[in-house]
Design a binder for this molecule. Structure first.
Ligand SMILES: *[C@@H]1O[C@H](CO)[C@@H](O)[C@H](O)[C@H]1NC(C)=O
Ligand SMILES: *[C@@H]1O[C@H](CO)[C@@H](O)[C@H](O)[C@H]1NC(C)=O
Ligand SMILES: *[C@@H]1O[C@H](CO)[C@@H](O)[C@H](O)[C@H]1NC(C)=O
Ligand SMILES: *[C@@H]1O[C@H](CO)[C@@H](O)[C@H](O)[C@H]1NC(C)=O
Length: 246
């Protein structure tokens, strides 16, 4: 029995090696950023993904990400945001206008949260004309809080889903309804429901980790986790080594 205890520290050292090695061989991200994959990994964006596919804007975004250095910002309404629209809202507009609605959620430049603080209103979206009555989108900030207003809908950026040096995707809990399409039909949106619980930061980052060109703090997170496991295993190994001496 005492002999067995002498081996345990070795077993733990072996486990430590295994953990470190498996952390190093995590597959490297490949290929250009894919908006669909970013949203799939984040979860709760199935309606937006459907719209992006149906309007072929997903392809356009991906090719823009692959071919230009201008960057893009996407405001991504959650499935809850779409389901709390008044029934039939999406079907009340034709496919050309649905395309405009989706483009209204995309800025043709990359904005970090802090860059919104100095952005001038109205923001220019891919829907085009940002005059009042058309497709204006205004931003107001207070520290890291970013509020958006379309003149029809007010909402807040509730989460950063993804950022790299080309693309930023921000969660919004309401669909951004532009004046041009929804300005006259009041109220276009159903009464706001309790905000959906945001996904824990950890999951969101885990999603970004295997995305192409995931941000560097994801690997920092991963290595923190490994460091913790290693320290824990070391403590156990030392305790066992001491115990086994008796
Ligand atoms: C992006 O990802 C989706 C879903 O995984 C896939 O169907 C599509 O082909 C990808 N597009 C590109 C350009 O890689
Ligand atoms: C990205 O662009 C390069 C060069 O323009 C092209 O060869 C490649 O096929 C593109 N990749 C995708 C996934 O579109
Ligand atoms: C953003 O919106 C929230 C909720 O409506 C409000 O309490 C807050 O004062 C707004 N902040 C700014 C900077 O507009
Ligand atoms: C957006 O801001 C501009 C400039 O301050 C203002 O003229 C316009 O009325 C605002 N539009 C909305 C919808 O808030």
């Amino acid at each position: 029995m005492a002999k067995l205890f002498h081996f345990l520290p070795l077993v733990f050292l072996f486990l430590i090696q295994t953990i470190s090695v498996s952390a190093q061989v995590a597959p490297a991200p490949v290929g250009p950023t894919n908006i669909t994959q970013v949203l799939e990994k984040a979860g709760q964006f199935t309606t937006l993904i459907k719209l992006l596919k149906a309007t072929q804007i997903a392809d356009r975004i991906n090719s823009q990400l692959n071919n230009s250095n201008q960057g893009l910002t996407v405001f991504a309404p959650t499935d809850n945001a779409f389901s709390s629209l008044k029934a039939g809202t999406l079907n009340s507009i034709n496919s050309q206008d649905q395309m405009q609605l989706v483009q209204f959620h995309i800025l043709p430049t990359l904005y970090t949260i802090s860059q919104f603080q100095t952005a001038s209103n109205p923001l220019h979206t891919q829907a085009g004309n940002s005059d009042d009555g058309e497709y204006p989108l205004n931003v107001t900030t207070s520290g890291n809080q970013v509020n958006l207003t379309t003149g029809v809908v007010d909402t807040t950026v509730s989460n950063t889903i993804y950022t790299d040096n080309q693309l930023a995707v921000y969660q919004v809990d309401k669909v951004l309804l532009p004046m041009k399409l929804f300005g006259s039909t009041a109220p276009a949106a159903a009464p706001a429901e309790a905000p959906a619980p945001t996904k824990p930061e950890k999951n969101v980052r885990a999603g970004a980790a295997d995305s192409p060109s995931g941000s560097s703090d994801t690997s920092a997170d991963a290595s923190n986790a490994v460091t913790f496991k290693v320290s824990f295993a070391l403590v156990v190994a030392v305790i066992l080594a001491v115990v086994s001496c008796f």
